[in-house]
Design a protein around this ligand. Structure first.
Ligand SMILES: [Zn+2]
Length: 283
């Protein structure tokens, strides 16, 4: 098994920019103990998002990627985002149960797909969940937090882009009349609370300039990783980007489509634009 988290430091002209890809990991740990076909778990991956953003270090940004799958433990949830009823034993220090945890898509995913097929035959023990937090969730969050803090200390500001893919269909939780998600890209800043208007608009306009349909806070608004370390008033900006999988990925064959190279080129260009923007703002 590879290390749970890979941190690639800037090799080019440094910019106070951090990209992270929490859901592109494909190494399923031996102690996962799932009882459904592996392909069903793979539906939840953000395929090749780490590869699409691979140019970040040479443009001057840090790139952080998870190698473990989000179905094992999800770094884009709070470590407390657990339904105690889904754990065997007394879960310590729990507050209230989120709608995501209740639906089986909290920190530890317990259900798969629209029909909510149980992923496990049994409840995970408190010790098992704690071990996953310690060995996977915490290293990921430590990498993101320290990279953001280092950049902010050096430059007085930091721009963080949290990278994902989205399904071509709206998940049931959004209860859309139209099932098909026609946005090409969706940016999320939790309704303006995690990134400034200017930066969000800069990224939106850059992507729209490639001729794509870009939405902001439409359904996907960002979850824990953009929330946890952001503070726009202190020049700590975190923005989520979701790329519609239909632009580069065939979910049936699980192969890249002809669109993959174009998306990688567009994101490489976006990375350069964001690094130029950040260097200009902090000069
Ligand atoms: Zn994702």
């Amino acid at each position: 098994m590879p290390a749970p988290v890979i941190i690639k430091k800037p090799t080019g002209n440094h910019a106070p920019v951090v990209f992270d890809s929490p859901h592109s990991g494909t190494h399923y740990p031996d102690d996962f103990d799932y009882v459904i076909p592996l392909t069903r778990l793979q539906w939840a991956e953000d395929p090749h998002i780490d590869e699409i953003f691979a140019a970040a270090p040479e443009s001057g940004a840090t790139l952080i990627t998870a190698t473990f799958p989000r179905t094992y433990i999800d770094p884009n949830r709070a470590a407390t985002d657990i339904d105690p009823d889904q754990v065997d034993g007394d879960w310590p220090g729990f507050e209230d149960v989120s709608h995501r945890a209740k639906a089986g898509v909290g920190l530890i995913r317990t259900a798969s797909g629209r029909d909510k097929t149980p992923i496990y035959e049994r409840k995970l023990t408190v010790a098992e969940v704690q071990a996953r937090i310690d060995a996977y969730w915490t290293p990921y969050h430590t990498a993101v937090r320290e990279s953001l803090n280092d950049a902010h200390t050096q430059s007085g500001a930091v721009w963080h882009v949290n990278c994902h893919s989205m399904s071509r269909f709206w998940p049931p939780v959004y209860q859309r009349a139209e099932r098909r998600n026609t946005n090409d890209y969706t940016l999320g800043n939790r309704d303006g609370t995690t990134a400034g208007v200017e930066f969000t608009e800069f990224v939106r306009a850059t992507l729209a300039g490639f001729g794509f349909k870009v939405a902001v806070n439409d359904g996907q608004k960002g979850v824990e990783l953009v929330r946890a370390y952001s503070d726009p008033a202190a020049e700590r900006h975190s923005l989520q980007i979701e790329i519609n999988q239909r632009l580069y990925w065939d979910g049936r064959s699980r192969e890249k489509t002809d669109g993959f190279d174009e998306q990688k080129k567009i994101m490489t260009s976006l990375i350069q634009s964001i690094c130029d923007y950040a260097r200009a703002q902090t000069r």
